[in-house]
Design a protein around this ligand. Structure first.
Ligand code: NAD
Ligand code: WQD
Length: 336
């Protein structure tokens, strides 16, 4: 029995595929390379020392998906494939709704038709919106998303819960990630954004390597310990391990379960800059600027449900997250 990993050539999918292969799973990766490169597949092989099947396929292509299910005995799907840039989603909402929601519906149709009813889905802390106080718990009301990307995650959670309500044979595990950073210890894979990064850590590493002049800190007047935004950064390898626990849960029986994947710790932008400087030995020039639209002051998880029910908790601290992000950037100045 195999695990199908959609979006497996991407940042989180590639790290998760390595952990799956190294744990003895039979892995099938599917990706359309919209936001990743074929070289990621070579790196997965090199690091894991194992092999896997690959399909260049779009999750909106029902016939393509049917072929993947017909040719393999797939027990469960870990569904990463999707578009994820918040700013871009405001400019291209239809593309986001079509790719993320439409693609997930098509994937679920193909799964249903093939009799595969176990899915682990990549959701996001963004579904908590801005009305809930941190630490964020899974039983808090989701909603109030501030951009189309976040709304796609909210709607997909609804699609999956309606699917489970319609047929209790489904096993759905929804994972709400906080802020994934870091990279594999090998320095061979990591986050490889196109163009100027939107997210904090890739921006910092590109300043450190000299590709960008300075970091713009988006506001220092938030009600936090130093005025800059506080987030729950989580090492991508911890996140990958969380998927192993989630897929075991999905395969153990039917149900609908939602888990936060975070550390439970909040770090400000300036905390991250300092931790990065210490871990890398590089100075990071920064300029304090205005707040970014849609940002909130503080967002961190209560990760206790994942610990209690999945037996998972994050192992890496901010120092390792920064050291591993730098190791990846330093070894791959131009990305993959
Ligand atoms: P990524 O862009 O690196 O990986 C996504 C992969 O999906 C890419 O390889 C891309 O080519 C592929 N893809 C996109 N649309 C596709 C389609 N229609 N058919 C087939 N493949 C397609 O992103 P990531 O950071 O690895 O994120 C993975 C998932 O986790 C996404 O769903 C994202 O929304 C979610 N997520 C990410 C973060 C984060 O900060 N990185 C946080 C919360 C949730
Ligand atoms: C972190 C902090 C910024 C860049 C986003 C998505 C979320 C999830 C993770 C997918 C904030 C500050 C950033 C910069 C800065 N993705 N910052 N200068 O906004 O918490 O979450 O990625 O699901 O949905 O919204 O992450 O890395 O963009 O920002 O000062 O150049 O760094 O204001 O406080 P965010 P981020």
């Amino acid at each position: 029995m195999a695990i199908l990993v959609t979006g497996g050539a991407g940042y989180i999918g590639s790290h998760t595929s390595i952990e799956l292969i190294q744990s003895g799973y039979d892995v099938i990766i599917l990706d359309n390379f919209y936001n990743s490169k074929p070289e990621a597949l070579n790196r997965i092989k090199k690091i894991s020392g194992g092999d896997f099947k690959f399909y260049e396929c779009d999750i909106r292509d029902k016939a393509g998906l049917d072929k993947v299910f017909a040719e393999n005995d797939i027990e469960a799907v870990i569904h990463f494939a999707g578009l994820k840039a918040v700013g871009e989603s405001c400019r291209k909402p239809l593309e986001y709704y079509e790719n993320n929601i439409g693609g997930t519906v098509t994937l679920c149709e193909a799964m249903r038709d093939a009799g595969c009813k176990k899915i682990v889905f990549s959701s996001s802390a963004t579904v908590y919106g801005s009305n809930n106080p941190s630490p964020l718990r899974e039983d808090m009301p989701a909603g109030g998303t501030t951009n189309p990307y976040g709304t796609t995650k909210l709607y997909i959670e609804t699609v999956l819960s309606d699917l489970y309500a319609s047929d209790n044979e489904w096993s759905v595990v929804i994972l709400r990630y906080f802020n994934p950073i870091g990279a594999h210890k090998s320095g061979l894979i990591g986050e490889d954004p196109n163009g100027i990064p939107n997210n904090l850590m890739p921006y910092i590493t590109q300043v450190a390597i000299g590709k960008l002049d300075h970091l713009n800190v988006f506001g220092d007047d938030y009600p936090t310990h130093d005025g800059t935004g506080v987030r729950d950064y989580i090492h991508v390898v911890d996140l990958a391990q969380g998927h192993l626990c989630a897929v075991k849960k999905a395969c153990a029986g039917s149900g609908l379960n939602i888990y936060n994947l975070g550390t439970g710790n909040g770090y400000s932008v300036l905390d991250v800059v300092k931790a990065f400087e210490k871990a890398s030995g590089q100075q990071v020039k920064y300029v304090i600027g205005p707040r970014r639209d849609g940002d909130i002051a503080t967002c961190y998880s209560d990760p206790s449900k994942a610990k209690a029910e999945l037996g998972w908790e994050a192992m890496y601290g901010i120092e390792e997250m920064c050291a591993d992000s730098w190791n990846w950037q330093k070894n791959n100045p131009q990305g993959l």
